[in-house]
Design a protein around this ligand. Structure first.
Ligand SMILES: Cc1cc2nc3c(=O)[nH]c(=O)nc-3n(C[C@H](O)[C@H](O)[C@H](O)COP(=O)(O)OP(=O)(O)OC[C@H]3O[C@@H](n4cnc5c(N)ncnc54)[C@H](O)[C@@H]3O)c2cc1C
Length: 352
């Protein structure tokens, strides 16, 4: 009998399964890959200071000191290379913006996230950055598909991975836990992104999909860092660049759209003067939550049924920290933060 049946091998299922194995648990991961699940489309940015108003993201002081060391260790353990800690450059909107950041440089709470304040534009980037810009520290991107491939390889070696669709109707309760297709498990964890809403166990969660698109393009000079204001321009290991993204709460299908592409190109023009040849567009849906916080913990009624989900647009920065917290919860009953605990939604669960 294995300890955990994990449904889904996106970034959440991959990192959680790795942590559980490391802590001595046995797992079986079931995944039915698709081209437009969130992890296969995501640009993989991690950015401690976001939004037009450029404020620290939620829980940044906890998440970011943990993040790069976690991914570096994971690279060493999996024998793969997927972390690109290349920083983010965000042009200022005005001299006032520049002054604000000049002041913030001396604030203890912002210092760790500032690498440099540029008082003048950086010519070689060909941007609209006449007021200079902010070079952020503790930022970059993770090549999520490469991480998933390496983790899958390691799970296969441990005999802990199956490429298969999980059919909730085939899950049977037993005295010791669960039986699924002839195999016994002590517990089940749903890491299946938005498709958790198609299950009876967690179909009641207040989650929704937010569609987004990413363009793949060619340009004459790849920047050495990520450029970001309104849209990001991400240099890759190859000679292409990734540009994105947009946020659509209402959508009819999961296909890339002309409208979405145009929205990104309009914002790109406000950031960059360079010419881009668009090669391809990909689209996916983020597993977002009503209150923009992850949803983690145990089912309100059924013992040994868990969820680790709802990472929205920030899976890369949220998942390592909360996978560690959730592993300690499962192993030693350590508390989960109230803000991420699924128990905050128990009142919406109707057991009838
Ligand atoms: C356009 C776009 C850009 C993004 N950019 C960023 C970014 O720059 N930085 C960032 O941090 N985040 C970004 N994100 C968000 C990021 O992708 C998510 O936060 C994260 O990948 C969610 O991972 P997940 O494992 O929870 O879900 P998913 O990636 O959705 O993985 C769920 C997995 O479960 C599988 N599954 C579902 N149901 C079943 C079943 N019944 N049986 C078997 N398998 C099943 C799916 O096939 C999939 O493999 C972006 C998302 C999009 C769409």
């Amino acid at each position: 009998m294995k300890d955990f049946l994990i449904i889904g091998h996106g970034l959440a299922g991959a990192i959680l399964s790795h942590n559980l194995l490391e802590q001595g648990f046995t797992v079986e991961v079931l995944d039915q890959p698709s081209n437009n699940h969130s992890s296969s489309v995501a640009a993989g940015l991690y950015n401690p200071v976001t939004g037009r108003k450029m404020v620290k993201t939620w829980a940044a002081d906890h998440l970011f000191p943990f993040l790069e060391p976690y991914y570096k260790k994971l690279e060493a353990q999996l024998g793969a290379s997927f972390l690109r800690p290349i920083g983010i450059y965000r042009p200022f909107f005005s001299y006032e913006d520049q002054n604000d950041w000049d002041m913030k440089q001396s604030e203890e709470s912002y210092k760790p996230f500032i690498s440099k304040i540029h008082k003048k534009g950086i010519e070689s980037y060909d941007l609209h950055d006449e007021y200079g810009g902010l070079q952020l520290a503790q930022s970059g991107y993770v090549k999520i598909p490469d991480l998933l491939e390496a983790n899958k390889k390691s799970l296969v070696q441990e005999n802990s991975y199956q490429e298969a669709y999980f059919n909730p109707d085939k899950l049977e309760k037993t005295n010791a836990g669960f039986n699924y297709m002839g195999n016994d498990y002590k517990a089940v964890i749903y890491c299946n992104g938005l498709r958790v809403l198609q299950t009876d166990h967690f179909g009641w969660l207040p989650m929704k999909g937010v569609k987004g698109e990413v363009l793949e393009a060619k340009t004459a000079h790849q920047p050495e860092t990520i450029l970001n204001r309104g849209v990001f321009i991400l240099p890759t290991d190859h000679d292409t660049t990734r540009i994105g993204s947009n946020y659509q709460n209402q959508f009819e299908d999961l296909l890339p759209s002309k409208k979405g592409q145009q929205e990104i190109l309009d914002k790109l023009q406000k950031l960059s003067r360079a010419k881009y040849e668009i090669l391809n567009t990909v689209a996916g849906v983020r597993p977002a939550t009503k209150d923009r916080r992850p949803i983690i913990g145990k089912h309100p009624e059924y013992e040994h049924i868990y969820v680790f989900n709802g990472f929205g647009s920030k899976g890369v920065s949220l998942i390592p920290y909360f996978a560690q917290q959730f592993t300690a919860f499962l192993k030693e009953n350590q508390p989960l933060w109230d803000e991420v605990n699924v128990s905050r939604f128990y009142s919406s669960y109707d057991s009838q």
